[in-house]
Ligand binder design. Structure first.
Ligand code: ME8
Length: 633
């Protein structure tokens, strides 16, 4: 294994604020970076923002801002979020950075010189939303984009083309070189089939808008800007100094790109072809994760159901959120964000299985041994130790293949062994029998198991792993990992420290439910969620005054005492069915949080509830008196 490791997240378009899908890509990249560091490898972790192109230009225009000012703002939001999330990136690149722009122009120059770029006429369809060209055969009916379904536009421009077609065979050979090249493995076949279908040369400049990197001076063609995907993909090498100071290009020899499945084609086809043209090494792994939906629906700004990752982290804990995202969804598959699932993971995996194990250890160690535990050897737990060694051995290949949900699943089996050992061993009985030595052995065994487990958990939940380590009196770092994991070492004694419980149990949803769940349900069946219902405030009130509104048969002017001190004025359309004097002194049910409305010149601050059929109208009332202002639920 190379001792250098380069990991990149996608660089995010600045036309949208960050949501949990973006956070997922970045968190996976962060986990890989942290794990590699823990193995003592030299790591470079890159993330950033993709700021050029027509889409951004349009988004800025819609906000009446210059593209740069607009990009500055949204790029800042991404950066601040990753900082808030303790994302351990080494560089946050922006495609408007000077060294990046210089590198992209240099790449264009090289490709032009070596004959991979030529000038021609382009006629075809373009999807601005995906910043993608499509051939007629790929389009959906009516010329819509096959990726996002939005309408495409017809482009007729003089363009520069990249000779993509020349790379078909070399690409196909490359896909065969390593079965872990494209992860999950099932996606590799998709890419192979696509390339086998034939590659067309790619239009790589545009003349119809301005917000992009200009061609190099040597090309002497100021009308054109470079196509946003050539610009964007190059970030992976320009960030390391390619084309400028070459400061960190040594990392390029071992690159892993973490991306969403939506942009696999750009990374597995365009990007390696560009690299081949530049005579640069190819990435080692392209890991394409699945898509997050919310309560079963695609997230989008227009639906208003986009989840803000900061809100989730604030409500449930950042590391709880990291754990949930990685544990709940198999890498490569789509996942659904439902708070209930997150809460279940927190309560059962984190609070019960892991948190309790630490509490049990610390509780007993304190009670029986004043927190200092020592074992001469651990003969008693030979079988369990073997199981743990076997589990640990199974983790490496899972991590390598990015099966992080399986990795965590197996890791949790180690904690389960610990909990079971305590239950079976019944240390409280052994203490009564004056077998303290044996109990000390058990506790040392548990402490070891937690030390190993916390080390292996650390890339995913670094802060909690450190808290466990602190309680165990150890530190998680590369030498610890080497001793406890690679060399399978066991520690003979611990000076433990008390520790507050790691994970608070969660009893109820902490964020408002997605509006889409409701609107989608509404459209289909007329159903609403309980949360939507709860928005309606209803109370019982006593009619204190009632009179007819002049010139109206239907409307009555009521003063209803809702326990608020001053009775409310409500205009009610029950005049044909109830005489005013019959209402005074009786209780009615009122919707109390309606926006005030004016009827026949009178302000109404609520609505009296009634049932109406062909025989007339009857008021809804409590069947016995209750206090005025009593809420109706
Ligand atoms: O495509 N679920 O940027 P982008 C999971 N700039 N992941 C999601 C997601 C969701 N619902 N939504 C977004 C671009 N993502 C280009 C990339 S790279 C050289 C240029 C994640 O802002 C996922 O990783 O549209 C996806 O690939 C990435 O955000 C796209 O972000």
């Amino acid at each position: 294994m190379s001792d250098r490791f380069y990991v990149t997240s996608p660089i995010y378009y600045v036309n949208d604020v960050p949501h949990i899908g973006h956070a997922y890509s970045t968190i996976i990249s962060d986990v890989l970076a942290r794990e590699a560091r823990l193995r003592g490898r030299e790591v470079y972790f890159l993330t950033g923002t993709d700021e050029h192109g027509q889409k951004i230009e349009q988004a800025a225009k819609a906000k009446n801002e210059t593209p740069k000012a607009y990009a500055d703002k949204i790029s800042g939001e991404f950066k601040r979020l990753w900082d808030y999330f303790d994302i351990t990136y080494d560089r946050f690149i922006r495609t408007t950075d000077f060294d990046h722009e210089t590198g992209v122009q240099k790449a264009f120059e090289i490709m032009l010189k070596n004959g991979d770029i030529y000038k021609g006429d382009f006629e075809g369809r373009y999807c601005v939303s995906c910043e993608t060209f499509w051939s007629d055969s790929q389009l959906l009916e009516g010329g819509a984009c096959p990726d996002c379904g939005k309408p495409t536009e017809l482009l007729k421009e003089e363009n520069y083309f990249f000779r993509m077609s020349a790379y078909q065979d070399r690409l196909l050979k490359w896909y065969e070189s390593d079965e872990n090249l494209i992860l999950p493995r099932s996606r590799r076949n998709e890419v192979i089939r696509f390339v086998q279908g034939g590659l067309e040369d790619l239009s790589i400049t545009r003349t119809t808008f301005e917000w992009g990197i200009k061609l190099p001076k040597s090309a002497d063609d100021p009308k054109h800007v470079i196509y946003v995907w050539l610009d964007a993909l190059m970030n992976y090498v320009t960030a390391l100094g390619w084309g400028t100071d070459e400061k960190n290009t040594r990392f390029w020899s071992n690159a892993t790109h973490v991306i969403g499945k939506d942009i696999l084609r750009f990374h597995a086809i365009y990007w390696p072809a560009f690299l081949m043209s530049l005579n640069l090494a190819l990435p080692k792994r392209i890991a394409a994760h699945g898509w997050w939906t919310r309560d079963g629906a695609k997230m989008s700004k227009s639906k208003g159901n986009v989840i803000n990752p900061r809100e989730v982290a604030d409500a449930y804990g950042l590391e709880q959120f990291r754990y949930f995202m990685l544990r709940d969804v198999p890498f490569g598959q789509d996942g659904d964000f439902a708070q209930k699932a997150l809460i279940d993971r927190i309560n059962s995996d984190l609070a019960n299985d892991l948190g309790n194990l630490l509490n049990r250890l610390l509780g007993m160690a304190e009670k029986y041994f004043a927190l200092n535990i020592k074992a001469v050897n651990l003969p008693r737990f030979g079988e369990e130790k073997k199981q743990i060694d076997a589990l640990i051995a199974s983790l490496d290949p899972l991590f390598e293949a990015l099966q992080l949900h399986r990795y965590l699943e197996e890791l949790w089996k180690i904690f389960a062994i610990g909990n079971k050992a305590i239950n079976d061993f019944k240390p409280w009985e052994k203490m009564k029998d004056a077998k303290a030595d044996q109990v000390a052995e058990l506790l040392v065994f548990i402490a070891n198991l937690l030390a190993k487990g916390a080390t292996l958990l650390s890339p995913i939940m670094p802060k909690n792993a450190d808290l466990i380590a602190k309680a165990l009196g150890i530190a998680i770092n590369a030498p610890t990992r080497k001793a406890l994991i690679d060399q399978g070492g066991w520690i003979a004694s611990f000076a433990l420290k008390a520790q507050e419980p790691l994970f608070e149990r969660v009893d109820s949803l902490r964020l408002a439910e997605a509006p889409t769940a409701t609107s989608a349900a509404n459209e289909k069946s007329g159903l609403i969620t309980i949360d939507e219902f709860k928005k309606i405030e209803m109370k019982v009130g006593l009619v204190a005054e009632a009179k007819k509104i002049e010139k109206s048969d239907k409307l009555l002017l009521l003063k209803v005492d809702l326990g608020e001190g001053k009775p409310r004025q409500i205009v009610s359309g029950i005049g044909e069915f109830y005489a005013p004097e019959a209402l005074v002194g009786t209780q009615v049910c009122v919707v109390t949080n309606l926006k005030p409305a004016k009827l026949m010149g009178y302000e109404s601050n609520g609505m009296v509830l009634a049932a109406k059929d062909e025989n007339g109208l009857r008021l809804a009332r409590p069947d016995a008196a209750v206090a005025n202002g009593t809420p109706i639920k």
